[in-house]
Design a protein around this ligand. Structure first.
Ligand code: C2E
Ligand code: MG
Ligand code: MG
Length: 872
């Protein structure tokens, strides 16, 4: 019995040890031959010496070449049939002939099999020693018996068994030297097999001797017996192989059911394929889903593979650890390309004659390999490469390729299944439009974070402002694009360990885990997000500037998921109503909510029975060329009985969201018109502007009401300006445009307030029947900030557009005198702002119109100074 180990560890000392042992065995063999090399054969058969020599050599050659192969783990246990000629040679040949036949026969086989020189040296010296030892011992112990009787047979058997035992010990020692200690059970198994094989082959050899002694009939029977055994063995091998692959296919199919990811599936199945086919490594290249997996598409043939096919590469080697990487399909690799383009399988055996395959193996550092395409009916989904057949004496053959193809078919289907499962799991937890997580994913993640982290976590809810308007005015596809832009900006702005989700509509959420956030830090991050979000973006010829209100809640392990989400929601709502970008939750906000409700009740009561609490202040607008006051803007103040004077920001948003604004606006209009009548009576021809909310515009009766109010107050329509915000028009143009046209038809002036903020689309301006645009104060104030160039460019283009459309251009929020000249040079016509005058009560106002009348622009500063002193 010879045992060859699969892979030399290659360490220098191990090689040296092998060579030393080989030399010792070789010397031992030579020594034995010198002592008894020419002793006569124990049994005399009437066959000439040369015939015995040739026959034995042939039998050794055959015996070593035809192997009975049993493998487990890394070891290839190769049982040779050499036991038969060994027994025959010992009984029938002169020791020298016997050893020479063993040496020559085995050497030829080792050379054919390209076995490494170290192993050739060891094997040949061991074989020589084994043969020399057996021959010598048999000669000495048994001598030259007349017949092959039971006692003699037992003697031969014992000699052979002892020799085999010794050789097995040596081989196990060699394996130990090269591959480390062997498991005891493995060693015992090897011994048991050795003994069995030795008994079998010795018995067979003795039967042969006994039969040959019988003459011609015996020889014929030997031949028949040998052929019969060979056929039986062959059948057995085929059957056991088929059984093995069937068992594996079965295990394969059952094992792959329900794998939740391609990676886990790949790890299991690749390893099984690798072990079944005794390959050192397996590499699976899976093409990225071209068709998205779920849609029914015509079968993509390989030629339809995109030029740059991205792939997922799973590889596994003997350490059974899965390596995963992404890469692009290497088209310069001709073998892979061939498998991909022709969808056929290739086996490159160790002794392949094909120069191309030889090169390929060399380039990839493989001894042998099989490459198979992964096909789910008609569709190529990947390529599987199996490389380096374990065991020195075997290589991949056509039969292995067939097994591999069968397994690969199952692998392809299993992978498709796993991909579908993965996709379903993804779809269930992600938003289809933006690819962000969805609400269910977010809540689970938040629960996980709260359960596992000691640090605090920030939960942010983000709601886009006036998103509905974008959808209505510009169409859903623009709305969708805007949501994608927002998703993208959030993803870039946030650290990678954060979770970003779209909760639905225009509502987004962010989780920032594992960072020690205080409320201040949480607010800062939210401010950063806001800043990243509100840059203008061009979509379908419209310039949209997304704006959002962000509510932040900070929690830790003691908080509950639902509480945190509710707190963030409260904060977000507070941000919406207060107009702040970011609000961090505090318990006062809950109280604030209650206060807000109380405030609304108070407002309702004031409108019912104490309208005098709602007072108008007026802020003048001056002509930038003449310096004359051309009009005033009415801005409401609420003299609340207990809270004091409230600015519009404190109650207008709430009034707008509850519908109370529908009662407030008529009140403001009525009062403003009454005041206007008083100025007219005193001979001051100035217009009065009133702010109109979106909700007022959706009231179809508005034009009729205003006509009535104008008539009642006795004010000509051209004295009244209605300030509307762009978003209130854009929101529902079908309904508001006719209303606006009717209003314009009354002869009053429509002014577009806060222009430039929100979803400004300059081209949209042409469609509106407006007479005036008011550039938002953020741009005017931007002129004196670091970013003045941008503001300047924006004001210039708005003014240019205004000039084209014959609109009056008003600049809001002028706080410095220098701005007046600059705004005029940029093309603005009218200015309004604290520098000219703060909003003033009616009584203070009556003083200034006469003082302010002046035509000289250079004196404007003096005049406005006068206004400011007079207003106190
Ligand atoms: P708005 O229509 O843009 O009014 C201009 C706001 O800017 C006023 O704030 C005004 O006091 C302020 N402002 C004027 N000049 C300057 C300046 O130089 N610097 C700065 N920083 N601010 C200046 P106010 O009075 O607090 O009003 C805020 C908003 O409330 C108004 O913005 C308007 O949208 C709304 N509002 C006021 N009164 C009414 C009303 O009667 N009805 C409705 N629907 N909304 C109103
Ligand atoms: Mg206004
Ligand atoms: Mg404004």
């Amino acid at each position: 019995v010879a045992v060859t180990h699969a892979r030399p560890a290659g360490s220098l000392t191990a090689v040296h040890k092998s060579l030393l042992i080989s030399a010792a065995l070789g010397l031992g063999a030579v020594g034995l031959l010198i002592l008894r090399g020419d002793a006569a054969a124990p049994l005399a058969l009437h066959v000439p010496g040369p015939a015995i020599a040739i026959g034995l050599t042939a039998l050794f050659l055959l015996g070593d070449y035809v192997l009975l192969n049993v493998e487990f783990r890394r070891q290839a246990y190769t049982f040779t049939l050499a036991g038969v000629p060994l027994a025959l040679g010992m009984m029938l040949a002169v020791p020298l002939t016997f050893v020479a036949a063993r040496l020559i026969g085995s050497a030829i086989v080792l050379v054919i099999q390209r076995v490494a020189p170290v192993k050739v040296a060891y094997n040949l010296s061991a074989y020589m020693f084994e043969a020399a030892l057996a021959a010598t011992t048999a000669g000495i112990l048994i001598g030259h018996p007349e017949h092959l009787g039971p006692l003699v047979a037992a003697g031969f058997g014992v000699v052979l068994l002892a020799g085999d035992f010794l050789m097995t010990c040596l081989v196990l020692g060699m394996i130990r030297i090269h591959n480390g200690p062997l498991k005891r059970s493995d060693a015992i198994e090897v011994f048991v097999q050795t003994v069995c094989l030795c008994i079998a082959s010795t018995s067979f050899a003795m039967v042969v001797v006994l039969l040959i002694k019988q003459g011609v009939l015996g020889v014929v029977l030997v031949v028949i017996l040998t052929v019969g055994l060979a056929v039986a063995y062959h059948a057995y091998i085929g059957m056991s192989r088929r059984h093995k692959s069937l068992a594996l296919v079965h295990e394969f199919v059952t094992g792959s059911v329900g794998a939740e990811s391609v990676e886990t599936l790949g790890e299991q199945l690749l390893n099984r394929i690798r072990t079944l086919l005794n390959a050192a490594s397996a590499e699976l290249v899976i093409f990225d889903d071209v068709d998205g997996g779920s849609q029914q598409k015509p079968p993509a043939s390989s030629s339809a593979l995109p030029a740059e096919t991205t792939t997922l590469v799973l590889s596994i080697a003997e350490d059974e650890k899965l390596q995963v990487r992404r890469s692009v399909l290497d088209r310069s690799d001709w073998l892979t390309s061939r498998v991909v383009s022709q969808e056929d399988s290739i086996v490159a055996g160790r002794n392949t004659k094909d120069p191309g395959l030889r090169r390929w193996l060399e380039d990839h550092g493989h001894r042998d390999a099989m490459i198979v395409p992964l096909l789910i009916p008609n569709q190529l989904t990947g390529v599987l490469t199996l490389a380096d057949r374990l065991g020195d004496t075997r290589t991949f053959v056509a039969e292995d390729l067939t097994t591999l193809q069968t397994l690969t078919g199952h692998l392809a289907i299993a992978i498709r299944g796993a991909r579908l499962v993965q996709r379903l799991a993804y779809d269930a937890t992600h938003d289809a439009l933006t690819g962000l997580a969805n609400r269910s994913f977010l809540t689970h993640r938040l629960r996980d974070i709260l359960a596992t982290t000691g640090d605090s976590v920030a939960v942010m809810l983000l709601d886009l402002d006036a998103f509905k308007e974008v959808n209505d005015a510009l169409g859903h596809h623009v709305g969708d694009q805007l949501l994608q832009v927002v998703a993208e900006r959030l993803t870039t702005a946030l650290p990678s360990d954060s979770t970003i989700a779209r909760l639905g509509g225009d509502e987004f959420a962010v989780l920032l885990p594992n960072i020690a956030y205080g409320p201040a830090a949480g607010g800062q991050v939210a401010e950063q997000i806001w800043t990243a979000l509100v840059r203008p973006v061009h979509l379908d010829e419209a310039v949209l500037t997304p704006d959002a209100s962000i509510g932040v809640a900070i929690g830790s392990a003691t908080d509950r998921t639902a509480d945190l989400l509710r707190q963030a929601d409260t904060a977000m709502y507070a941000a919406k109503t207060s107009g702040d970008n970011v609000v961090v939750y505090s318990p006062e906000l809950d109280r604030g909510r209650a206060e807000r409700l109380a405030l609304l009740a108070d407002l309702r009561a004031a409108l019912d029975s104490a309208p005098e609490q709602l007072v108008l202040h007026y802020q003048p607008k001056i002509d930038l060329v003449s310096g004359e006051v051309t009009g005033v803007e009415a801005l409401v103040r609420w003299h609340h009985p207990t809270l004091g004077i409230l600015a519009p920001g404190a109650f207008i948003p709430a009034a707008e969201s509850t519908g109370l604004i529908e009662r407030l606006t008529p009140h403001v209009i009525q009062q403003a018109l009454a005041d206007c009548r008083r100025w007219l009576d005193r001979g001051h021809d100035i217009s009065v502007a009133v702010n109109i909310s979106a909700r007022n515009l959706s009231d179809r009766e508005l034009p009729v009401r205003i006509r009535g109010a104008l008539a009642r107050a006795g004010v000509p329509a051209e004295q009244l300006v209605l300030e509307i915000t762009e978003s209130s028009v854009v929101g529902d143009p079908e309904q508001t445009l006719p209303t606006l046209r009717q209003l314009a038809g009354l002869g009053l002036c429509l002014s577009l307030d806060d222009f430039g903020t929100g979803y400004s689309s300059l081209s949209y301006l042409q469609r509106l029947p407006v007479h005036e645009v008011k550039i938002d104060r953020s741009f005017v104030q931007g002129l004196s900030s670091g970013d003045s160039e941008n503001s300047r460019a924006l004001i210039r283009s708005i003014a240019g557009l205004g000039a084209n459309l014959c609109l009056r251009v008003v600049a809001e929020g002028v706080e410095h005198v220098e701005l007046l000249t600059e705004l005029r040079d940029l093309g603005c016509h009218v200015a309004q702002g604290y520098y000219i005058s703060r909003p003033l009560p009616m009584d203070n106002l009556t003083v200034w119109p006469s003082n302010l009348r002046t035509n000289a622009f250079p004196r404007l500063q003096l005049v406005t100074d006068a206004v400011r002193t007079s207003s106190g």
